[in-house]
Design a protein around this ligand. Structure first.
Ligand SMILES: NC(=O)c1ccc[n+]([C@@H]2O[C@H](COP(=O)([O-])OP(=O)(O)OC[C@H]3O[C@@H](n4cnc5c(N)ncnc54)[C@H](OP(=O)(O)O)[C@@H]3O)[C@@H](O)[C@H]2O)c1
Length: 327
């Protein structure tokens, strides 16, 4: 089967499509005939040698996949050959076949083709888990979403609006802010402007936001804390700007704010299983009633994987780049 690896760290040209042996499911696993995968920012880091796969995971890139069940491992119940399936993976999505532990396997979201569904698992799982479970965003509250035009950002905007929340975004240009507003965001600020936190405070009449979903890390810590409301929650899921910062702890005391973070990939299968169940029960109905949709900037064939990485790296993508594995 065809699969994509990055044998040596480097630019998009380091990606190679290789022939790998056919897979077969072990106990508790499903073999998936992959129709679609999608490109995530983390894949770019892995390709550069900066984000190695967790222990025991395949070296094939790709953090999500959607397709059909091709074979069912021993001990698996509730799945049959041919069923539509999608999942968050620790790796292995950029391939014609992938193995998925049955406990984290999800049916395709209603109304989506397998290729469209490939844009869903990673970003909707990340948004849902961090903003609602960790950040405890409630109806009527306001969330600030950094990188609103990103894969994670476009999922978060929709989830927030579906839950009756106000969604503010940051993005790299006015045009990208406008695209976020078209998707449902209530407003936004261009993060290249010197003082985006001041604008966010103005947009909330000085009150601040209840939750910040941050992907920048260290350089944004001070400004993130500044634009949090009393009892606000800062959830850090990316460190694009760096991991180190100095924090004024008195803010945590005086305004009772909380700072937290998480990653999805490093979690064990057992830790991921309840999240998969909650996505199917709480989020999947939104695809059925069309309050949610995958935001797909473009679909490229697996053969164009280097082009896909180049485009995401260049930042001219709104939402997701999906890989059509058979294309
Ligand atoms: N912890 C987890 O479990 C988890 C899971 C998935 C993703 N993530 C993280 O979430 C982030 C988004 O992932 P993705 O795959 O959705 O990425 P993506 O589609 O490649 O988007 C990256 C985004 O970062 C924005 N950005 C860059 N510099 C920024 C800054 N200084 N201030 C605000 N925004 C800035 C870009 O905005 P413009 O293009 O508008 O300039 C772009 O929207 C990444 O950091 C990724 O590592 C974490």
């Amino acid at each position: 089967m065809r699969a994509v690896i990055a044998p040596e760290p480097g630019g998009p040209e380091a990606l190679q499509i290789v022939d790998r042996p056919e897979l077969s499911p072990g106990r508790g696993e499903l073999l998936v005939r992959v129709a679609g995968s999608a490109v995530n920012r983390a894949d770019l880091l892995q390709r550069k040698g900066l984000y190695p796969p967790p222990e025991g995971a395949t070296d094939v890139l790709g953090l999500e996949a959607a397709g059909a069940v091709a074979a069912v491992g021993d001990g698996v119940e509730g799945w049959s050959e041919g069923d539509g399936i999608c999942a968050v993976l620790p790796g292995g999505g950029y391939a014609e076949q992938a193995l998925v532990p049955a406990v984290v396997a999800m049916p395709l979201p209603p109304g989506l083709s397998p290729v469209e569904a490939a844009a869903v698992p990673e970003v909707f799982a990340t948004a849902y888990d961090n903003v609602f479970r960790r950040g405890r965003l409630l109806a009527g509250e306001t969330v600030l979403i950094h990188g609103g035009a990103s894969g994670v950002g476009t999922a978060t905007i929709q989830l927030a609006k579906r839950s009756g929340c106000r969604a503010l975004v940051t993005a790299g240009s006015r045009e990208r802010v406008d695209q976020c507003v078209e998707l449902g965001a209530d407003g936004g600020v261009v993060y290249r402007d010197d003082d985006w936190s001041k604008t966010v405070l103005e947009m909330t009449d000085g009150r601040g936001v209840d939750v910040v979903l941050d992907i920048v890390g260290g350089p944004y810590l001070r400004a993130n804390l500044r634009c949090l409301a009393t009892e606000g929650r800062l959830v850090i899921i990316g460190l694009m700007g760096g991991a180190k910062a100095e924090i004024d702890l008195s803010v945590l005391l005086s305004r009772r704010v909380a700072v937290m973070g998480s990653t999805l990939r490093a979690r064990s299968t057992e830790e991921k299983a309840p999240l998969a169940r909650r996505l199917v029960s709480d989020v999947w109905p939104g695809f059925g009633d069309r309050s949610l949709r995958p935001v797909i900037d473009r679909v490229l064939p697996l053969a164009a994987i280097a082009e896909a990485h180049t485009a995401l790296e260049a930042g001219d993508v709104f939402g997701k780049i999906v890989l059509d594995i058979a294309g």
